[in-house]
Design a protein. Sequence first.
Length: 543
Amino acid sequence: MIRLSELKLPLDHPEEALPALIHSTLKIAPEEVKSFSIYKRSYDARKQKLLLVYIVDVELHSARLEAQLLAKFSTNSHIRPAPDMVYHLPVKLSEAPAIRPVVIGFGPCGIFAAMMLAQMGFKPIVIERGKQVRERTKDTWGLWRKRVLHPESNVQFGEGGAGTFSDGKLYSQIKDPRFLGRKVMTEFVKAGAPEEILLVSKPHIGTFRLVKVVENMREQIIAMGGEIRFQQRVSDFHIENGHIRGLTIENLKEGGTYELRADHVVLALGHSSRDTFAKLHERGVYMEAKPFSVGFRIEHPQGLIDRARLGQHAGHPLLGAADYKLVHHAANGRSVYSFCMCPGGTVVAATSEENRVVTNGMSQYSRNERNANAGIVVGISPADYPGGPLAGIAFQRKLESNAFLMGGSTYEAPGQLVGDFIAGKPSTEFGSVEPSYKPGVHLTDLADALPEFAITAMREALPAFGKKIKGFDMHDAVLTGVETRTSSPLKITRGDDFQSLNVKGLYPAGEGASYAGGILSAGVDGIEVAEAVAQNLSLTPAS
């Protein structure tokens, strides 16, 4: 198999143009090609005439000819042997161990850790504090529509994790030499995601489709002997001689607690399990404070972004809603950047704690809502919130509580027009951009919503962004605060064996432990951690 990259064609090229380009690139006759498949399709918009860019895998009838071509083009970096992207299970048991592995959390990392353990025959037990995804969706809408927060069932907690109420992005900048990201997306397609995600350069699923995909993945895990316990919260960890030996679990649905023996525990907590972080810290599990970012959500008309990014091709069905990625290094030394950009989406209420306001972004698969939104955030470090591993959580809570008060103490979010924010004056009425955040946006002056250094950096960054994307700093664009949960404020450090530095059998994983940032990287980390658990369990004598 030969992989060809950087094959460029016009946006509306005929179907036969791609195979013709393959033949001319390899300088072979059409009858020499047995088949080809598109590995990735992206676009190059750097010039006025937008081009589609393909990576394709080509199978020839003759293995001898394939070897000759690879030798002939050995110096051409765009003609290489196609890599083996097939995932191979490292362990396969015929019988599950007596003490089954436990996965705490059923977000993307937990799902894939449980899925892989189930595929390898370990029959994992999953502990999830939230509800099944459809019940959770109803509770989440309760906050958005009725201002009623369910602290254990919301955007952050429940089946599917925080990624369920997002854009469903499935791309990442992680190094992935084993193509584990391909395994993640293949499992999503198997569970009902559109096959298109396997070939587009920036795949996404969207919230509504993710709901069904997550349900199907749950059923697959159960069919392989896994067990998923919803509305069960881990309230304590039993550690003996530096090894995890069990958990205390609180039944949130029926009341009471029970003990669960556990020698191998995957911590797929997500970045908002603050009470669990505190309990781990109390039990002496090694963790450290780390940098993260805080800021606001910004909303523009999606059409403005489309025109600025795609020019005359704006609105083309093959391209969809345009996105962007921006960064500015401010004079005060702070970095300001766009985060979790959601084309054609909405800004959502994402708090998991009462009397606090947190914003996030979400899109459906269609990405056809009127506004584009993204986090505009400023990097901060432990020097900004000294006090140990849990100090970042206290910092977040202070900003979120203040945002609740600034919004009128009704779960409305404080907001301001971009033009007024730059000018340093309160906003009193909306302009052409209608904010999408529910329960609503309370106009005010956001200068008090973040530390002064962050406000200064953002006021400098927005006009700079306007020079990169025409209209980005338009007066009527809306800022909504606050965005505080960009990533975990702490790191539960692990060693090369994927286990906690000082508690064997405990496997910190995913976003909550700071080993992922998004659905794809969390899924990949879940796979790698599951492999580490499997390797360890397969070498551990039966007790």
